[in-house]
Design a protein around this ligand. Sequence first.
Ligand code: ZN
Length: 139
Amino acid sequence: MKISHIEHIGIAVPNLEEAIKYYENVLGLKCYKQEVVADQKVTTAFFKVGDTKIELLEATSPDSTIAKFIEKNGGRGGMHHMAFAVEDGVAEALAEVQEKGVKVIDKAPRKGADGLNIAFLHPKSTEAVLTELCEDPSK
Ligand code: ZN
């Protein structure tokens, strides 16, 4: 696979409005989009930092993976995942990593936030960092 850049860093937050205030008022970034991703049970907020985005994730339901992550982390948020943009497509990259014995969470690409096709690799196979592969189908 060919990774072009870090597409985004996903950060779990207990309170999206509070977190946005920090990114805007302290770091001076601008939230350009908020989006509910129903099948992941999250509300996301996006900021651009060069070619990379920050994706804040707030749970919309107690059984969301983000709610569980925050619970495990003592009620605090924190870095949740890292997402790489792959130039040759998520489906091909998934096939390639599975051939190399990597455990995957998604066996096929699915729709993620911000119009991307995404798939997650299992942290057991990725040096403990939850890893997302993504492609922008509009490019
Ligand atoms: Zn993500």
